[in-house]
Design a binder for this molecule. Sequence first.
Ligand code: SAH
Ligand code: SF4
Ligand code: F3S
Length: 512
Amino acid sequence: MNEEQRKDGQQAINPSDKKSDKDYSKYFETVYTPPSLKEAKKRGKEEVTYHHDFKIDERFQGMGRERNFYIRTYGCQMNEHDTEVMAGIFMALGYKAVHTPEEADVILLNTCAIRENAENKVFGELGFLKQLKRDNPNLLLGVCGCMSQEESVVNKILKSYHHVDMIFGTHNIHRLPEILNEAYLSKEMVVEVWSKEGDVIENLPKVRRGNIKAWVNIMYGCDKFCTYCIVPYTRGKERSRRPDEIIREVRHLAAQGYQEVTLLGQNVNAYGKDLDDMKYGLGELMDEIRHIGIPRVRFMTSHPRDFDDQLIEVLAKGGNLMDHIHLPVQSGSTDVLKIMARKYTREGYLELVRKIKAAIPNVTLTTDIIVGYPNETDEQFEETMSLYREVGFELAYTYIYSPREGTPAAKMVDNVPMEVKKARLQRLNALVNELAGESMKKYEGQVVDVLIEGESKKNPDVLAGYTSKSKLVNVKAPKSAIGKIIPVKITEAKTWSLDGEAVEIQKMAGVN
Ligand code: SAH
Ligand code: SF4
Ligand code: F3S
């Protein structure tokens, strides 16, 4: 599809029509650009182009004068980062950020499609926002993010959520000014969701949350197609940013005084595979970035499959490269991993863990696990339990498998009753808690470096921050410590957090 056709495609639906229960298929070809699962499945045929030419069209200058925006973000860091970009575009258009939907003239829900309950939350919120829209008919309401890439979601909104004004996809974020303009002019539902493989757009404005920690995309999309997962369909194909662009961004963050940078991607270990003109991977990138004056460097999320020796060697150099690796395993059973199409075995994963531990003896490993995959047997689940203990994970995000329309797993017959899945999750969570508690206990009496981020959510007299291993610490320290890495003596360990006191509080009081 070329640019002109796309523009033609992005048109509005007549509001009187959208309120009816008509068959919308007649719009599918002519009146708007809906997502297409079939298109999203294709890989490798479309060239990735790098754009440096984003600019706000003169027509839209001042569009946001006297107007406020509010973005609610669901899902992962990829979405959080997209929100930073959309906030940047809003500000460039003259809008002001507000903290509640009630104060806003434009509300965006930046959605996540990873599990059914993530989607249900968004539909619940859309129901709630209907009242705001009634009170203020000039309010614009938009749905973007991963859910908008799904055909079934767009159809459901068209059918039952007529108060939505705009739906746009993850490949359409840079078109926000055009989409807003269209929504203002027509007051009709604008749908613009490209199901393309994806481009890389370099010079989008962004407004970062906070000035202590920053997230930097190093790649976009995912080509792994794990059989349960919706992400390869919602985010397009794997495409890496050029190393010089990433390094420039990190240097800039260092110059601004950021203390921590997390390199982001669905699958960061595949970084560089698509850079045809150079042999350059995550290992090389980390090796360059560790020389930039940022005190803490992290990356997420790693896929075990592409975790190579070169990267392990670089991480072993330590320094500002943090000794915590999040390495999702999903299951401890080779048979289940095979059906999941994870492309590694239990033994392969354990071998990788052995290599990492040999190179970085003090490493902390955390993981993601899915229980109750279609037809998972008791024995297969037990293998997950035994692997968990064998690796000695310090934390895990655990989920009951949730079928996602359009993925291969959603078509599988599933003989595991929901009660069994829930019971497995409970047992796994008990193990996760046990090992998390044990790993925390070891800190009692020790002194650890903590990056202080601000006041604790529960008690403003206490500050909160994280260790190099991503453990939350509540610290008694003067406010002047915010934004700094300080030594903290741990006084008490809890299951999910540590309590501590700044070493040399007296000296700290002098810091400003
Ligand atoms: N790219 C990352 C994962 C991103 S999604 C990786 O491959 O490790 C975050 C986590 O959500 C996954 O690790 C998986 O544990 C979980 N997840 C993804 N799809 C799911 C589904 N359909 N049902 C339940 N959990 C799912
Ligand atoms: Fe989903 Fe697998 Fe890609 Fe992770 S690697 S985003 S789980 S398809
Ligand atoms: Fe959710 Fe999309 Fe992230 S599905 S987990 S927001 S990539």
